[in-house]
Design a protein. Sequence first.
Length: 315
Amino acid sequence: MTNTLFIINTVSPIFLIVVIGWTLRKIGVIQENFIKQSIKFVFNVTLPILIFLKLAVADFSLIFDSGIIVLVYVCMFIVFILGWLLARIFIKKGNGRGVFIQGGFWPNNVIIGLALIMNVFGEDAVSKMVMILVFLIPLDYMLSVVALTISDRHDKMGKAMSEMIKTIALNPVIITAVAAIVFSLVRVPIPNVMIDTGNYIAAITLPLALIGVGGTMKIKHLQNTSFITLGALIMKLLVSPLIATTMGYLIGYTGIDLGIIFIIFACPTAIMSFVLADSMTPHGELAGNIVLTTTLVSAITIPVGLMILTYLNLI
């Protein structure tokens, strides 16, 4: 009972803040312009500061785990290929194959994942999560572009790939993480006043980002839920974490490491999947619906998954 209450008390605030964001947008306290500006501020300023502080002051030799990175890559490819096969079997070409595929594998780890890791496993686990994201974010972008360009059509692949490379190269999270790793390896001292100032700024990252996630949700779109949306939801919230967590356990991961693996794959579909789909395909609304439904349902599936792992003494 104690473990169950702990999970509920640590996970529920994450999703309650998302609900607060939706409510504030609904009653007009925050507007679309505020949401866009706050999300931009988070991704370009506060999130990079948070990531830099977590990595730069950490002992990289202790948080770097090549095994878990390889596992995450292998599992992501398995989910991607499975989604691709299902899309070719059940979805007619041109009807949103790529959106289904990316909706089934691309997790919202930068916002919801980090928030969950921090609440459930604490500060030390956040550094390890950030280290994994350094390698995972480029893969997510690459697989998404491949899915959106090849699965439904064969044009614009070269342009899409060049834009993807540019996006990854200029991604503030990637740039900051690489710089932080260098600081960690070289052991560059950081003045306490800079760390304290950075911590104040970084503290607003996750609440503001979660409010932004809630503010972008449009519940009325639930009426447009299709079998493609439901299929992507099952892939993202059930199949994906089941595959990754099972493989992680069989390899020998338990405790916090297995919990991190579960959360990485159990998170709802990333908001960026909607941005890419909306700019590259005519299926932006479908992608947005997948983000919305997976976000709402993950408020149930993630706590249940953590409770099961706790009950089995795996985390």
